[in-house]
Design a protein around this ligand. Structure first.
Ligand SMILES: C[S@@+](CC[C@H](N)C(=O)[O-])C[C@H]1O[C@@H](n2cnc3c(N)ncnc32)[C@H](O)[C@@H]1O
Length: 193
């Protein structure tokens, strides 16, 4: 098959315009949340990262069915994407129900680690935020501790309802629906100072 540039048909949708904010979703699973966010916010541009190939395929189907034009996907590890991003280039990072690794001997496999959070701080603009959710109590406590040890982040909760209730505009994720954790979901928002 001839794959020179002249044989490639341009996509039947407009490319997203520059200027709006950029949101990164790490571990988008099947992409339901990512695509719903992109549809609800055409003024923003979204990057989704997911190493699970079936998840990427599912997300591509959602993108095609919805017709959104403001999403770009990377099939792979979020740490590789973060390493390529310039300083202060993102407006928001969503990490929703990451793999919990509940057994103590597996905690080192958790995505949220001191070095990882330092990298999130580097790529976020001042005033930007990280949205994190989990339904594992130990992972919620772990994440709070790791973020509060980074001087660039502050936990934005002012009352219990702030971490007990999803933020406005949240779209339920596939994993969230399964209720596999040991607590009701905990919703943590961290501001990049
Ligand atoms: C428990 S699932 C949750 C998926 C989705 N966020 C949801 O709530 O339905 C965690 C996801 O994170 C992805 N993941 C694991 N390690 C990752 C990494 N290093 N970078 C990006 N995604 C990762 C997994 O493949 C999986 O799809």
């Amino acid at each position: 098959m001839n794959l020179d540039a002249s044989s490639i048909t341009p996509p039947p949708y407009p490319l997203p315009s520059r200027g709006g904010g950029v949101v990164l979703e790490i571990g988008f699973g099947g992409g339901e949340h990512l695509v719903a966010q992109a549809a609800a916010h055409p003024e923003l541009r979204f990057i989704g990262v997911e190493p699970f190939l079936n998840g990427v395929a599912s997300c591509l189907r959602h993108i095609e069915e919805s017709g959104v034009a403001n999403v770009r996907l990377h099939h792979g590890d979020a740490r590789d994407v973060l390493a390529c991003l310039p300083d202060a280039s993102l407006d928001r990072i969503d990490i929703l129900f990451p793999d919990p690794w509940p057994k103590k001997r597996h905690w080192k496999r958790r995505l949220i680690q001191l070095e990882f959070v330092a990298e999130l701080a580097r790529v976020l603009k001042p005033g930007a935020e990280v949205r994190f959710a989990t339904d594992w109590a130990n992972y919620a406590a772990w994440t709070l501790e790791v973020f509060t040890r980074n001087p660039h982040f502050s936990w934005t909760a002012e009352r219990a309802a702030d971490w007990r209730t999803a933020w406005s505009g949240h779209v339920t994720t596939r994993y969230e629906q399964k209720r596999l954790g040991d607590c009701t979901p905990v919703w943590l928002r961290f501001a990049r100072m």
